[in-house]
Design a protein around this ligand. Sequence first.
Ligand code: ADE
Length: 429
Amino acid sequence: MVRKPTVKTDCDVKDKNLAKAGKDRIEWADRHMPVLRLIREKFEKTKPLKGIRIGACLHVTTETANLMRTLKAGGAEAALCASNPLSTQDDVAASLSYDFGIPTFAIKGEDNKTYYKHIDAVLDKNPQITMDDGADLVNTLHSKRKKLIDGIIGGTEETTTGVIRLNAMAEQGVLAYPIIAVNDAMTKHLFDNRYGTGQSTLDGVVRATNILFAGSVVVVCGYGWCGRGTAMRAKGMGSHVIVTEVDPVRALEAVMDGFQVMPIAKAAGVGDLFITVTGDIHVIRPEHFKKMKDGAIVCNSGHFNVELDLDGLKKIALRDQEMRPFVREYVLKNGRKEKSIYVLADGRLVNLSAAEGHPAEVMDMSFANQALSAEFLVKHAMDMENEVYVIPDEIDQDIASLKLHAKGIKIDSLTKEQLIYLSSFDMGT
Ligand code: ADE
């Protein structure tokens, strides 16, 4: 039976009849997002975002849906578009639009033109706060929609790649309003980037390929928080893990964490599965594809699809074909024979394209940071410069405390004596 949508709103989604399935899944995620739920309940009473227009460009997932509900509960008029053409969950987009009355512009698999049309649709709502994941919204605003900038009070940014772009804008003096780097909160990157990416990346690989990790050689390119999590989880699944890095400190850390470290030029010949999580461009290039074993699988879990040089791969490939959803085979010449390299999800984030992204339990803290940052901007943006800000430490500590409380975990607090000791310098050997 097709259920009638409950609310009609301005939107562009794949199919409104998916709304019921989306709503059930949004509620399932909500059960695993206790901190965000507490914030939503508080926002419902205090309305800290009353009348504030928020334009969000985020992965359209069940977890994001609960963030959007929270912003709306706080009194905001929020609109949403996707931060990646392949990460949208179409049932969630339908439910947000038709059950929750939140204008959503996102269709899984949309082409680049539609992706930017959807960003424009959100900007057409004249947002006062931007909420970005990767900085495409902010970038569009600063390049093609400059006239809207006067109406903006501030913004937030979810991910490492976005923060890198925004820092570059701030350094070049072109950032036109203050932005809070949600990514840099401890309760964000220590959990979302590490445990979230670690689990969801392997989940994406497994759903796309059903390969066995035990006994396979997994090459993880990049040992930032996402790389650390991915390497740790692959090791936990019984893989032999090789890490590639450009930063000597991180490389050393990987060595002491028990991983083999070597240049990608060497790792290329030994890996069964390659995962890029560097945030940089062309980490795996044609010279590396040429060295790979027949059957090697290559994917990316970094924000943009630039980490694999797929144009370079296409140039050296004899032919290509889709083997199964999210798996494309590239056939290369291999001496007198041929060999196949398999690329997952067209090099886009494998965790959000072939799976559902990070579990709700970690997005709970990431999006608690987003919601509280929006509240912070409403109160303080007028006193902030056009710079990239870290979240105030109290917000981070509060979110961690709420998460511990939700998990029923109690911790110690400092005694009076300990407090005095920590602020003194005269007690030594
Ligand atoms: N980024 C990574 N995982 C995500 C998720 N589940 N929802 C929104 N953004 C994400």
